[in-house]
Design a protein around this ligand. Structure first.
Ligand code: URA
Length: 231
């Protein structure tokens, strides 16, 4: 190929395959990002085995498997329920039964896809006959829950129901009074923006309370938009 032909071919290739770059002002340190992500997964794995090694726990002894967490560990939104039910115990994933189906619909109503959030429960084993976890059980598991929150480091924490509320704010509060209000909570030196709202299992029993839940959901969407959180 002559020099002239080669020049012409280069010009043509440049024209046809000119790559389009979107430049960021700040350099993206992919290595650092990957390192933090892998470290997070490692910490979650360690936390999970710490829970699996719990001794003398009635919940653990009666359940078939641990239900640790599900979803996007990088999510700015973390949701906390009460404890696994039958379906969750079977599948080892939180919120996969009827309450989970309603929760997915509630999230979709404010344009949030379930796969974009991270979700866990106060207790990681199904309580016998789906009973409510006792205060001493909530206290025991809260140590792990706080560690869970500290590893995921969401921007917003949504607490579903009175058990999740008790884990963060103690047992003397009434959910009907506390729901829908933004509060800040300090966990291991980090402040998290938190809202308590009704548990979807309660909404399945008390359909007339959905109107309050809808107000809370809209407030959550508003806060996400105000804070320019990408979800
Ligand atoms: N209810 C909860 O609180 N958590 C689940 O995972 C399922 C139902």
């Amino acid at each position: 190929m002559t020099k002239n032909n080669l020049n012409q071919r280069n010009k043509l290739e440049n024209y046809l395959f000119k790559p389009k770059f979107d430049y960021e002002n700040k350099p993206i340190n992919r290595f650092e990002k990957d390192k933090i992500f892998n470290n997070k997964l490692e910490l979650l794995k360690k936390l999970k085995s710490k829970i699996e090694n719990l001794q003398e726990c009635e919940l653990k002894n009666n359940a078939s498997k641990i239900v640790f967490g599900d979803g996007n560990t990088e999510s700015p939104l973390m949701i906390i329920g009460e404890g696994p039910g039958q379906k969750e115990d079977e599948l080892g994933k939180p919120f996969v039964g009827d309450a989970g189906i309603l929760l997915n619909k509630m999230l979709a109503a404010i344009n949030i896809n379930r796969k974009d959030i991270y979700i866990t429960n106060v207790v990681n084993y199904r309580p016998p006959s789906n009973r409510k976890p006792e205060t001493k059980e909530i206290k025991r598991y809260t140590e792990f829950l706080y560690e869970h929150v500290d590893i995921v480091k969401p921007k917003i924490l949504i607490l579903l129901g009175s058990t999740a509320m008790e884990a963060f704010f103690g047992s003397n509060l009434k959910i009907s009074k506390e729901r829908g209000v933004w509060k800040e909570i300090l966990i291991k030196d980090i402040t998290f923006l938190t809202m308590v709202t009704f548990h979807p299992a309660y909404l399945l029993r008390q359909g007339d309370q959905k109107k309050h839940s809808w107000i809370d959901l809209k407030e959550i969407r508003k806060k996400i938009d105000e804070l320019k959180i990408n979800i």
